[in-house]
Design a binder for this molecule. Structure first.
Ligand code: TYD
Ligand code: MG
Length: 456
């Protein structure tokens, strides 16, 4: 029996220290240091000498860069266009991908769906659900798959034993926080367990060129639970987000060693799993035939993808002394700023009005290019005059009330054109590469001009 050894770990950033202290020296958080029992065995569980599969494991030697064969970069098509796009073309052999997201957002559903669709031998390891639960879920998604195997196990040594026997092409772990290794005695989900089990999985992935996908829980403030180094250790960090009460989900890459981080994937949660949404604008715009005041369409970019979204505002007389401001899907501080600009530059007495703002579809947008649509929606609701349904907006609003240009304006214009809009309002300072488009371009310079153009 090896000697029991304990160390202190910061539960926030994973820094190790020899003694307990009130504040972490690295991330400066208070009361995050906790004692964990660690007990190192001589060998890591993914060790060549413990298994008899050395034939399947590539022992690495120094190689000339020019001699490294490029088919190691060949991607595995996940049969899911949105996921492929976010990954930069597909899964890379031997890579570790971490998928984070809030509870109930659909991480397990997405990964099980991928595992069921793949024409390769996949092992779905679950430490969270029973085999029956997974079967029930699988029946909803994709009833018959001959390649997907399910293992309910949390001990890495047992998982590796099964992997050695089964030789899967892809491994999914649901979730990293439930795994534990024999070599460390602290409880599953603790910093040292997560670090150790991830190290074992990385070693396995790199040596056998098997891609491994880890599902990870996130903390209250949206970070992946566990040590920050977890994100450094893996090759790709994906984030699955969306409002649980709405059906749309966005998959984005926060880190990607094999592709860009600016691509997003959009899914719709249905009774039979997640459906890929290849033309998001069409579903985000309501097909309302009636003329409604207080709605405006913005041409925005989510990552590299142009997206048309609908912004709704409701302006009403404030009943109580302090007017209410509420924004869903949009930064509330930015809304206040825009209202202040309108008050000062467009002569609207919004101080005595309640303002509610909502981006339909339950998505949230950071792109400043939707400012102008926010202005249009607020003004439209205030004067109760509808905005032409064939018009959309793409510009930022500055503090001086100026209509500012935004990046990649041409992409936004072309998306609006593609979706059949007849006009788009942009900043007059935008430099456009082409002179003519199939859509009318309205160039404005000040908020005041916007008021005149829309409601005069
Ligand atoms: P789940 O994948 O369990 O979330 P996570 O692993 O991120 O915690 O998602 C569960 C939710 O998805 C649950 O509330 C029900 C819903 N759901 C559907 O709407 N349709 C489906 O086909 C499935 C499998 C789940
Ligand atoms: Mg789950």
């Amino acid at each position: 029996m090896a000697k029991t050894k304990t160390t202190f770990f910061c539960q926030n950033c994973g820094t190790q220290s020899a003694k307990w202290q009130g504040q972490c020296t690295s991330c400066k958080q208070w009361n995050t240091i906790a004692e964990e029992v660690i007990q190192k065995a001589e060998k890591a569980s993914w060790d060549i000498s413990q298994t008899n599969t050395s034939a399947t494991i590539r022992a690495s030697k120094p190689q000339k860069v020019s001699e490294i064969s490029t088919n190691a970069e060949a991607r595995i098509n996940t049969q899911n266009k949105e996921l492929n796009r976010v990954l930069g073309g597909g899964l890379v052999p031997g890579s570790l991908t971490l998928l984070g997201g809030e509870p109930g957002i659909g991480k397990s559903t997405l990964m099980l769906q991928i595992a069921l669709q793949l024409p390769y031998k996949t092992l779905y390891v679950s430490g969270e659900e029973s085999a029956q639960q997974i079967k029930m879920r699988a029946q909803r998604i994709h009833p018959n798959s001959e390649h997907c195997y399910v293992l309910t196990e949390t001990k890495t040594q047992h998982i590796f034993r099964n992997i050695v026997q089964m030789q899967p092409d892809i491994v999914v772990i649901d979730s990293i926080q439930t795994l534990h290794t024999d070599h460390i005695e602290s409880s599953p989900g603790s910093i040292s367990q997560i670090r150790e089990t991830t190290t074992e999985l990385i070693k396995f992935a790199k040596e056998t060129a098997t891609p491994v996908i880890l599902i990870g829980h996130i903390t209250k403030d949206g970070n992946i639970a566990g040590p920050k180094i977890l994100e450094h250790m893996v090759d790709t960090v994906l984030q699955f987000e969306g409002d649980r009460n709405h059906i749309y989900r966005i998959l984005r890459a926060n880190k990607n060693r094999f592709g860009s981080t600016s691509e997003i994937g959009i899914y719709e949660m249905q009774g039979s799993g997640l459906r890929e949404v290849s033309n998001p604008s069409e579903i985000l715009l309501s097909k309302n035939e009636e003329e409604l005041s207080g709605t405006a369409i913005a041409s925005t970019l989510e990552g590299m993808r142009p997206l048309l979204i609908e912004i709704q505002a409701l302006v009403s007389t404030a009943v109580y002394g302090t007017p209410q401001r509420s924004a869903t899907g949009y930064n509330a501080k930015r809304l206040n700023m825009i209202l202040a600009v309108l008050e000062k530059r467009a002569g609207f007495k919004l101080g005595a009005k309640d303002v509610f703002l909502n981006i339909t579809g339950g998505i949230s947008v950071d792109d400043p290019a939707i400012d102008l649509a926010v202005v249009a929606a607020v003004l439209s609701s205030n004067v109760d005059i509808t905005i032409d349904k064939t018009m959309c907006f793409a510009a930022e609003i500055g503090l001086a009330g100026e209509v500012r240009p935004v990046n990649r304006i041409e992409q936004r214009i072309l998306e609006a054109e593609k979706l059949g809009f007849e006009s788009i309002v942009i900043s007059k300072y935008c430099k456009l590469p082409k002179q003519t488009y199939g859509i009318q371009i309205i160039k404005l310079g000040k908020v005041h001009d916007v008021v005149k153009h829309l409601f005069a």
